[in-house]
Every structure is written in C-alpha cells, then in structure tokens.
Design a protein around this ligand. Structure first.
Ligand code: ZN
Length: 163
C-alpha cells in the first residue's frame, strides 16, 4: 500500500483549528486538497505529521509556529492607501501579494485589514505566531507524474492546472 512520502500526490480533507478550538479553515465544505508530498505545498509541520500515513488514516497534528507560518517578525502592520492597489484587485484580509523588498527582491505581503480608505498590510502571514491544530483524513495517495514532479505541485485529473 502506498503511503505519504516524497513524490506522492496526497489527497486530504482537513480542518484547521486555533488554540481555542475555533475553526480557521476547512476543506470539508468543498473538494479535498491535493498536495505533492516533499515539495513545500503544505506547512512543514503538517507534512511531517502525514509522512508514512495511508489512505483512510485520520490524524491530528499540532504544529508549532516555527513549523507552520512562522513567528511574528518585522515592524508590524502598516497602512497604505487603497489607491496604491489596482482597481481590479478585490482587497480582503488574507489576500497575498508580492512587494519589492529593500534590495528589490519580491517579498510576500498579506492584507490584514481593509477600511474605507486604507489597507493594512503586514509581512507576516495572518497565521504567523499561531499554533495550528489540524484534523486530517487521508483520502487518497498516488504517484506523481513527471510533469508534477518537475513543477513541484499536483495537477488535476486531466492534467489541467493553473499557475
Ligand atoms: Zn504545473
């Protein structure tokens, strides 16, 4: 039987809760999530927790910030005017984009709050500093295709994907 290991496409249903037991995110409302094991498609702590699991396994994985979305770092959120964003972007908390860093390199930035005129942005992921509590059911496991291994992410059943 195949198990979750590097080079496998693993399909999971997951529910993510915070320390208070509040649900932050879940795949249960829709399709399960496919990820390519060993390629950074999910947070490192969860990937480690799923290593060696097989289809049908149910696991609870608690992930510390350093193995999840990182510790909170940097100067903290700052406000920028809405006019700094393109009109066709739907601004909402959780939106991620890339901004030029000090040396011109792209750095990930997240929208943390949106008001009438301003958008609050932060270089920390919204879940930085949070301990993550995952409840996961492994739905399926298959070998990745050559294309998927080359791209570092899974493709749909018909090879369809978007980048
Ligand atoms: Zn691809």
């Amino acid at each position: 039987m195949s198990v979750a290991s590097s080079g496998k496409v693993v399909t999971i249903h997951y529910t993510l809760k915070d320390d208070d037991g509040d649900v932050l995110d879940s795949s249960r409302d829709g399709d399960p999530l496919d990820y390519l094991h060993g390629h950074g498609g999910i947070v490192p702590g969860l990937e480690r927790g799923l290593e060696g699991k097989g289809a049908g396994d149910k696991v609870e994985v608690t992930v510390a910030p350093k193995d999840g979305y990182g510790e909170v770092e940097g100067p903290g959120p700052r406000k920028v005017p809405k006019s700094a964003f393109p009109d066709d972007v739907e601004l909402e908390p959780g939106l991620q984009f890339f901004a030029p860093g000090p040396k011109g390199q792209p750095i990930p930035v997240w929208v943390t709050a949106v008001s009438a005129d301003d958008v609050e942005i932060d270089t920390n992921h919204p879940l930085a500093g949070a301990t993550l509590h995952f409840e996961v059911e492994v739905v399926g496991i298959r070998d990745a295709t050559k294309d998927e291994l080359a791209h570092g992410h899974p493709h749909g059943p018909d090879g369809h994907h978007h980048h």
